[in-house]
Design a binder for this molecule. Structure first.
Ligand code: ZN
Length: 311
């Protein structure tokens, strides 16, 4: 009798242990890792500011290599000397993104709130009229921002705003209104005039980052920003740009993204509805989202629920 009781007790302890294991298996954090659109592990943003006439040559070069750009424009400067014409931007930037860079390019951090609002709303409105779609992104003029600027642009329909605070890494930003790019095109070459030693060092660092991006096996976003006027009339700089574009083009691991497209995609991923046991997921957005669970790749189309077997 005592022996039977002991066996019974042992069984109960064992069953409890199994139940405990099952709970652990299903309820501990099962890592879900976002992948970029089309299930890609890398994404590339190429972002250029100011809308000067040199953008024509830049867009031509990007189109030649199938690259996608995000162009931040000051609409009150368009159709003035040295800037693109208002009438040409819709066709020039076909397949690329046009985004806010303020109406007149002031340093926003020095302005009262009402003037910040004016600079952003007027630019948005005019760019939307010219492009024919809602313009939702932005780059801060001179990269300048602070809490007052962020506070002023919140509620104006701006969903990301790029700074010039280079990270020199491939991290996906989490604070979209303080969006930090990876690196300036060609690093800080030409930041100090006539310092060729520094230029060489900066250029080497730039190509090292490009190389790291191409070779990494981790999830990686490379965000390169710059200005077409930096190349200006200097053929060697355009040759350098073409060399860089060639390195980045036609890579099946890379998703070539408009910045707003990536913002929408990250929101869609963050808004996936997982069941408690993470064995089902519902995607309420209209975007197909790709992710990894236990190293297996899944995609869930908009409006669909799928099963994610716990093996
Ligand atoms: Zn600018």
């Amino acid at each position: 009798m005592k022996k039977q009781l002991a066996v019974m007790l042992a069984s109960i302890v064992l069953l409890a242990a199994i139940a405990q294991t099952n709970i652990d298996k299903t309820q501990t954090a099962i890592p879900i890792e976002m992948l970029f659109p089309q299930g890609k592990t890398k994404a590339l943003i190429l972002s250029f500011d100011d809308g000067r006439t040199d953008d024509r040559q830049l867009v031509k070069l990007m189109n030649k290599y199938g690259l996608v750009g995000t162009f931040h424009l000051n609409s009150n400067k368009l159709s003035t000397n040295g800037y693109l014409d208002k009438a040409e931007i819709k066709s020039l930037f076909k397949g690329h993104e046009v985004s806010v860079h303020s109406f007149n390019h002031p340093s926003l951090s020095r302005l009262p709130k009402i003037d910040i609002v004016y600079e952003i709303v007027e630019d948005r409105k005019e760019l939307e009229r010219l492009m024919g779609y809602p313009v939702r992104g932005m780059a801060y003029p001179f990269g300048n921002t602070n809490e007052q600027v962020i506070n002023a642009i919140t509620g104006l329909g701006i969903e990301y705003a790029r700074t010039v605070g280079d990270t020199y890494n491939f991290t996906v930003p989490t604070d979209f209104l303080k969006w930090q790019p990876s690196i300036h095109l060609f690093g800080k070459t030409n930041y100090i005039p006539n310092d060729t030693a520094n230029d060489r060092k900066e250029l080497a660092q730039f190509y090292k980052l490009i190389d790291d991006f191409i070779n990494t096996k981790e999830l990686a976003l490379l965000d390169v920003w710059g200005h077409s006027w930096e190349m200006g009339n200097t053929q060697t700089k355009w040759d350098e740009t073409e060399k860089c574009f060639k390195l980045l083009a036609n890579n099946s691991a890379i998703y070539y993204a408009k910045q707003i497209e990536l913002v929408d995609y990250i929101h869609a991923f963050n808004n996936l509805k997982f069941s408690v046991e993470k064995n089902m997921v519902y995607n309420p957005s209209a975007i197909t989202v790709f992710f990894k669970k236990n190293d297996k790749v899944y995609n869930v189309a908009g409006g669909i629920t799928i099963n994610l077997p716990n093996e």
